[in-house]
Write a protein that binds this ligand. Structure first.
Ligand code: COA
Length: 174
């Protein structure tokens, strides 16, 4: 049985299921990343290949991994990684990717809200992330769900445009 964690009703009327990732979801997740456009991934840190996905999902016990499903297809992926040091107790790092056919329909916001809810239930104290300063839609989503800008790392991201871009450190205290 799929452990359903909620639904997302997209702005175009489609209904997406949110669930926790299970090992049998791997191929669908590999397929989602394989089908993401260069434009959708331009502010990311490739490669998004099978090895990366296996690495992300090698420890499902300490982390929260959410997927968004439309029938057999995975269309969104969120990983909240619990940093394993005692001096980082309750501190997590999040990453999120929504397939380009499903962006700007409210899914990313819904997934972040669900992750924050689960993180609170599981005793997280803080979630942090790093985002390229030009990734405006991502920053919009993070601010909407309560993240604050905490600082700028200057010219840490070398883009497809062969230029360096600043990155923004963001965080939310739960
Ligand atoms: C960032 C991402 C997860 C957001 O998911 P999403 O499902 O598109 O997000 P939502 O639809 O919930 O919200 C997007 C918001 O950004 C806004 N937006 C879109 N383009 C924008 C722009 N150029 N400038 C400012 N806001 C913008 C939308 O209007 C929307 O806000 P609203 O709902 O208040 O109108 C998704 O775009 C994505 O996967 N991008 C590629 C991977 C990535 O960059 N991940 C983050 C790495 S840190």
């Amino acid at each position: 049985m799929i452990p359903v964690k909620g639904h997302a009703l997209l702005k175009d009327g489609r209904r997406i299921i949110l669930t926790l990732y299970r090992p049998e979801d791997k191929e669908a997740l590999v397929s989602m990343y394989a089908n993401m456009s260069p434009e959708a991934l331009k502010w990311g840190l490739p490669p998004y290949d099978r090895a990366r996905i296996e690495y992300w999902n090698s420890d499902l016990t300490n982390n929260i991994t959410l997927i968004a499903r439309l029938e057999e297809r995975i269309v969104g992926h969120l990983r909240l990684f619990r940093i394993p040091f005692e001096r980082r107790k309750g501190v997590g790092e999040v990453l999120i990717y929504v397939h380009q056919d499903f962006q700007n329909l409210g899914l990313g916001t819904r997934m972040m809200r669900k992750a924050i809810e689960l993180a609170k239930e599981q005793g997280f104290h803080r979630i942090g992330l790093t985002v390229v300063a030009d990734n405006h839609s991502a920053i919009k989503v993070y601010e909407k769900v309560g993240f604050k800008k905490e600082g700028i790392a200057r010219e840490t991201f070398y883009g497809d445009d062969h230029r360096y871009h600043d990155e923004v450190e963001m965080g939310i205290l739960l």
